[in-house]
Ligand binder design. Sequence first.
Ligand code: AMP
Length: 288
Amino acid sequence: MIIFKTISSLQNHLKLLSGQHAKIGFVPTMGALHEGHLSLLEFSKKENDVSVCSIFINPSQFNNQSDLIKYPVTTEQDIFLLEKNSTDIVFMPSLEEMNTLKFHSKGDFNLDGMDNILEGLHRPGHFKGVCEVVEKLLKIVQPTTLYLGEKDFQQCMVLKKLVRLLQLNVCVKTCPISRAASGLALSSRNLRLSEKGKVQAATIHKILSNIKAHLTINNWLQLKESSITELLNNGFEHVDYLEMCDMESLEILNNAPENNEVIILIAAFIENIRLIDNIKTSANILTN
Ligand code: AMP
């Protein structure tokens, strides 16, 4: 495993590899790595000659300063895990060097309103920051394939759009959510939860699974209300949103369509920590 801390040293190395027509898989992360990140790297390793994992905490995607300050940093453990999992290349650029890179767009892309709903609505400027840093990383690494986790479903959609807008020659692959045995979606932010908080946080997956089991074409609003009540009764302080959306456009729906799959997305706070999750489903057909 080789660790690069400057853009030029990484690019010199990657130039040699692309000269050999190597397929390059890329997994961007903010560190505090867990099995979810490693699962993306597994997909990358299977499908490419070389896998690059970046670790970079991008301040411009944090709309809340205290969230940024409290974001877990576990660099030694991250390097240990990446080495153990036979990652080829780790890219850990400095904030200073990343800030010197300037592109005309500065993250200001026309995302067709995708940045004003759900995560975008509750975290103003978040997707602008994400687009700004991912544009930089993609132009530095120039991967064959970019691997993203569906835990951040809206981010996957935004970044697919970004790749199209920038006309980048990169394939985007989205990978399933890795969960703890309790069903809790793995997240770097889980490191900040108490033991009790971790148990209670699994209520998110419980309510999502319950929605999947019981959703019909006309009971969404009742399911939504009872799910929010269950979360608030199980240690959650606040629910930013719990919405049912069209899988393609993310349009918020009040009734589940008869035939199409939908996605249920949630963001909620427990122990002052904001967790997100989602589940794909379709309306169950009632039988007597
Ligand atoms: P982050 O370090 O949180 O920015 O995440 C880096 C990448 O890992 C993103 O593409 C995330 O969607 C993905 N990721 C984070 N948690 C999970 C998970 N539990 N399962 C699958 N992918 C994940």
